[in-house]
Design a binder for this molecule. Structure first.
Ligand code: FES
Ligand SMILES: [Fe+2]
Length: 404
């Protein structure tokens, strides 16, 4: 991480630890209307304006190591298939045959030389081009050159593969902006996936994201783990462009080093700030990644419906060379499950509460402002004029968005 930025963050940690009142720059954070968590109309707007127009994390390079490897991705509601071509590039297509719409890939993942539809066996190259039509003589005027699979924008940053259904979207790097530089030190291409955990939560996806954009709750929800390790009073955050964010919280001095990975499981390219603090990045719309010099989860919140979310933790670890995953990586995953169980336990109850007639707007502290920032980015992605009556969040914090 840039030295100037790191110094600024460290100063922020100390200033927050010692302050006895809101910091001088703090302003009241406007409340969050709860209709955002319950409205079917709002959910549909998110579907078409956020999920179909943002860069969405779909897979890691290591999920498709060789030409012909493919996997389907349906988290945003559209049937998408990712394929690694003969040229080594990963491409994405709608998993929909140009004959009569059947999926060309049915299994979640696999390897093949061609993608062959199981309905009437039209078959496509790994580049999406239509290669063979059985009984082609029965089609009159079929222009096979123009009947390739329909592409979906697909770009990779540091080994993480993202898709975007908007053909006119900016590049992934432009979208990620300062995150590219700030997250680069984990050296994504050197990481290996060590496992995934999925939790089905009975709450709107935004309520799940909210829970990972603040550490205000750790003393009450995680008294026996995170709160022992981190001093939440230090929390220092940045509202980055396009709804992205960064949150840093200091490790309690007496706990420094306690979570250090062994040399075999550690990431040498990670700098001192990520070693001495917990620094997590929010990648709009649905990822929170607490980067680390050991194994860390890439937390993805996938909406199922307006009141159901799948919280998926995809775990990555520094390449350990030959042999099995170091045991400490597996141990981290297991320990983190305790934290996840504590986090998810009250989410369905919050959903129940916001759906009641007595539901009131959420009051947000300055130290929780990333939540407001995330919700504001959703409104901007949907379009302010399109937000249902009474459901919008305020623009009052827009001037607090930082470039880095
Ligand atoms: S729908 Fe694919 S071959 Fe007919
Ligand atoms: Fe938590």
């Amino acid at each position: 991480m840039d030295e100037v930025l790191e110094t600024r963050i460290r100063e922020g940690l100390e200033a927050n630890r010692t302050r006895t009142a809101p910091p001088p720059e703090a302003v009241p954070v406007p409340p969050i209307p709860v209709a955002r968590y319950t409205s079917a109309e709002f959910f549909e707007l998110e579907r078409s304006r956020v999920w179909q127009r943002s860069w969405i994390f779909a897979a890691h390079e290591s999920d498709l190591p060789s030409p012909g490897d493919h996997r389907t991705f349906e988290r945003t509601g559209a049937p998408i298939v990712l394929v690694r071509g003969e040229d080594g590039a990963v491409r994405a297509f709608y998993n929909s045959c140009r004959h009569r719409g059947a999926p060309v890939v049915r299994e979640a993942c696999g390897t093949s030389k061609r993608l062959t539809c199981q309905y009437h066996s039209w078959s496509y190259g790994l580049d999406g081009e239509l290669r063979a039509v059985p009984d082609e003589r029965s089609f009159s005027g079929l222009d096979t050159d123009s009947l390739g699979l329909v592409p979906v924008r697909c770009e990779t940053w540091q080994g993480w593969i993202f898709v975007n259904e908007d053909p006119l979207a900016e590049t992934l790097e432009d979208y990620l902006g300062p995150l590219c530089e700030q997250m680069a030190e984990v050296n994504g291409p050197s990481l290996r996936r060590i496992g995934s955990q999925v939790h089905r939560v009975g709450a709107n996806w935004k309520a799940v994201v909210d829970a990972f954009l603040e550490v205000y709750h750790i003393r009450t929800v995680h008294p026996d783990n995170a709160a022992l390790l981190y001093d939440d009073s230090t929390v220092t955050v940045a509202m980055l462009p396009k709804g992205h964010s960064r949150l840093t919280v200091g490790v309690r001095p007496e706990m420094l080093g306690i979570m250090d990975p062994s040399p075999a499981a550690e990431n040498p390219s990670v700098g001192s700030l990520l070693r001495e603090t917990s620094t997590s990045f929010g990648v709009f719309p649905n990822i929170v990644a607490p980067l680390d010099n050991g194994a860390f989860p890439w937390m993805c919140m996938w909406p199922v419906d307006a009141r159901t979310t799948e919280l998926e933790l995809q775990w990555f670890a520094p390449d350990w060379g030959d042999g099995d995953t170091p045991e400490e990586n597996t141990l981290r995953m297991t320990l983190f499950e305790t934290v996840m169980a504590q986090d998810t336990a009250n989410m369905a109850a919050i959903q129940h509460s916001v759906e009641s007639r007595g539901a009131q707007p959420f009051q947000i502290g300055w130290h929780e402002r990333l939540i407001h920032h995330f919700h504001r980015a959703i409104d901007l992605a949907i379009g302010e004029s399109e937000i249902p009556e009474g459901a919008a969040v305020s623009a009052a914090l827009d001037s607090y968005v930082e470039d880095a």
